[in-house]
Design a protein around this ligand. Structure first.
Ligand SMILES: Cc1ncc(COP(=O)(O)O)c(C=O)c1O
Length: 361
């Protein structure tokens, strides 16, 4: 299939802005007159240092990151942060965890190795279909931090509010970062794997309140110390150069779309197109409760696993790719990240209507 015949609804790695990919293609053999690809140059070279500094500055501007916070470009995926957070911030004490999906559940299990985990909330009782309300949060007074995942990629739920807690907020924003403005000053730490709204897989963005660094337990691996990474400006070792470069190109595109405010304006509109079909359908059933729905990952099912499979297969034949739900839950999922154009959403909507007419009995 040709690229222009495809709309990619993958949950991650996901569609990237066409413009960013084209620019990367143009520069792939010779970056800015260096005679070298970004993939080939030293991370200590002036060429790369400029890419690094400008990408960091663009991200700082895009999210309005205050000077109290440091931006880090790390490796090991968002999953490495599940260990790095408790190693650095738990101090062997207690931390609050809100378990609202697969990844917060893994983070919570990992944290138990390093201290006492207090489950502040869980939506496991209803198959992670909702986000607990503020007054349902059970906060431990001694908690070193409160951990949550603001957008649950697999279940298609998103926190409709920022929790009010005394302890610093630690938030996994992997699947919604850069889709809306965020008051970074309210967070102790934000973590996000790049492969949804930012760049290819390989770089993890961490935005940390600098006052929280330096509390790591003594056995913290060198590469997992926020303090070390802050001191070395993410370059204690070779950083994921290509991914940082690609993030810079995505941020250039984002700025032209009106930045995170521009993205927020369109994201709800895009998701509403699909949710409207689901809500007015006799075939499709939503997986997430209406008050907890994600604009990034729309999850639904027909109620018949074979029909779900037929949907994904027929959609793919039409160039609507990667609509199968996560293997752990089945069903269907349309990921509508920043780079998914409204045109793609409308093509999916048209297909959903057609499929319903054809298959509904
Ligand atoms: C919300 C969220 N957190 C964490 C992860 C794990 O990320 P990684 O594969 O980069 O470790 C994912 C992966 O999809 C995710 O969606």
């Amino acid at each position: 299939m040709k690229r222009e015949e495809v709309f990619n609804f993958s949950a991650g790695p996901s569609v990237l802005p066409q413009e960013a990919l084209e620019r990367a293609a143009e520069e792939i053999l010779n970056y800015n007159g260096s005679g070298m690809s970004v993939m080939e140059m030293s991370h200590r070279s002036a060429f790369f240092q400029e890419i690094f500094d400008s990408t960091k500055a663009k991200l700082k501007a895009a999210l309005n990151v205050p000077d109290t916070h440091e931006i880090l470009f790390l490796q090991g995926g968002a999953s490495a942060q599940f260990s790095m957070v408790p190693l650095n911030l738990m101090e062997g004490g207690t931390a609050d965890y809100a378990v609202t999906g697969n990844f917060s559940n893994i983070a919570c299990k990992e944290a138990k190795k390093y201290g006492t985990v207090h489950i502040a909330a869980s939506s496991q009782d209803d198959n992670f279909s909702y986000i607990p309300a503020q007054d349902q949060l059970d906060l431990a007074p001694e908690a070193k931090y409160f951990y949550y995942c603001s957008n649950n990629t697999i279940y298609g739920t998103a926190w409709p509010y920022v929790p009010e807690t005394k302890a610093p907020l630690v938030c996994d924003m992997s699947s919604e970062i850069l889709s809306k403005p965020v008051d970074v000053s309210r967070y102790g730490l934000i973590l996000a794997g790049a492969q949804k709204n930012m760049a290819p897989a390989g770089v993890t963005v961490v935005i940390i309140d600098k006052s929280l660094a330096g509390r790591e337990v003594p056995y913290t691996p060198l590469m997992m110390s926020y303090k070390t990474m802050i001191e070395k400006d993410s370059m204690y070792n070779t950083p994921p150069c290509w991914c940082i470069y690609m993030l810079g190109l995505t941020l250039d595109w984002l700025e032209k779309q009106g930045g995170v405010t521009g993205m927020e304006a369109i994201k709800h509109e895009k998701a509403a197109v699909i949710y409207d079909i689901i809500d007015n359908s006799r075939l499709y059933k939503p997986c997430a409760r209406p008050d907890s729905r994600s604009d990034m990952n729309v999850t639904f099912r027909t109620g018949d696993a074979d029909l779900d499979a037929a949907f994904a297969k027929e959609a793919q034949a039409r160039g609507l790719m990667n609509l199968k739900g996560h293997r752990s839950v089945g069903g269907l999922r349309a990921s509508l990240y920043n780079a998914q154009p409204m045109e793609g959403v409308k093509a999916l909507a048209a297909f959903m209507k057609e499929f319903e007419v054809k298959h509904h009995v």
